[in-house]
Design a protein around this ligand. Structure first.
Ligand SMILES: [Zn+2]
Length: 306
């Protein structure tokens, strides 16, 4: 009995001592669109897993929130941020992809309908345990209320669908694959705003973990040609088609470098030493991610060669 009490006491102390969720940076895009910019560090005890950008779109009678954070607590934090900007209730949640940092906060919006790509729904259900493990490991505590809440309205791969939600025109753009096999971008034609999810990231090293790098680069070529005034990235400050063009060029150059190395018989470790990565080095998460990224591109090129 005393031992059990000790465990409860420890659990209580751990959650009581959890750091506060860092403040959201609100960037007003226009009268009805706000980017809710999260911190840029990878999930840790200090940021409590808060690392994602969300987008608030205010409709005629309700609000749409795109991407909800890594935990139900971050979802609740975002709900409070939204309430400061509009009194209209969040009735629709959209997930740009299945990764926990974008989707696990859905649980904080029980009254909202969730929309995503068809593949995002599948990957979110299949990957729930893995992503829960990642965030509980990073925070060093259990998250009993964080879980996958998959979409009930889904859009198929390789489609662009025009919809009007509560007076807001949107195009749901589901590429074949890019950052994941189930990304969805949201284009607002009247606002000339694109919500790119992690296909578009700014000032951080993109994460190739679940990517199809070749198709991602092809998708970025399409994004940079869009008539967009503002692009809201999945992480980092707001972008323009110009900064997307830079990301596209950097990724295409990296991929070509890995491909050239592969063709000349080098291993991915040897390629890493040979590549000029100077333009990547100033980006956040370079040390954590670049080795894995080169390996992922290498494996993709190798698989395509067979
Ligand atoms: Zn992300």
């Amino acid at each position: 009995m005393p031992r059990l009490f000790l465990i409860f006491a420890l659990l209580f102390t751990t959650s009581a001592m959890a750091a506060a969720i860092p403040a959201t940076k609100v960037a007003k895009v226009n009268d009805r669109i706000y980017a809710l910019l999260g911190p840029m560090e990878l999930p840790n005890k200090k940021n409590q897993g808060y690392m994602v950008n969300s987008t608030l779109i205010i409709g005629e009678t309700s609000a749409i929130l795109i991407d909800t954070g890594f935990t139900d607590e971050i979802g609740a934090h975002l709900a409070k941020e939204v309430a400061k900007l509009t009194k209209k209730p969040v009735k629709v949640i959209i997930n740009t992809h299945h990764h926990g940092d974008h989707s696990f906060g859905n649980a904080a919006f029980p009254d909202a309908k969730v929309i995503s790509s068809e593949m995002c729904r599948k990957l979110l259900i299949a990957g729930e345990g893995e992503w829960l493990g990642i965030i509980q490991g990073a925070l060093g505590r259990k998250l009993p209320n964080t879980r996958a809440v998959p979409a009930t309205e889904v859009y198929a791969s390789k489609t662009k669908t025009d919809v009007t939600l509560d007076g807001v025109k949107l195009t749901f753009w589901v590429p074949e694959a890019a950052h994941t096999a189930g990304d969805m971008m949201i284009w607002l034609p009247d606002d000339k705003v694109l919500v790119g999810g992690d296909i578009t990231v700014n000032e951080i090293t993109p994460n190739f973990r679940d990517a199809n790098v070749k198709l991602w680069i092809e998708t970025l070529a399409e994004v940079k040609a869009m008539p967009a005034k503002t692009i809201i990235p999945g992480h980092g400050p707001l972008m323009t088609t110009k900064s997307v063009a830079k990301l596209h060029q950097r990724m295409a150059k990296l991929y070509a470098g890995v491909e050239a190395g592969y063709k000349s018989g080098l291993t991915d470790g040897e390629i890493r030493k040979k590549l000029d990565l100077a333009e990547w080095k100033p980006l956040h998460h370079f040390d954590e991610q670049m080795g894995g990224n080169i390996n992922k591109a290498y494996l993709e090129i190798e698989a395509a060669a067979f």
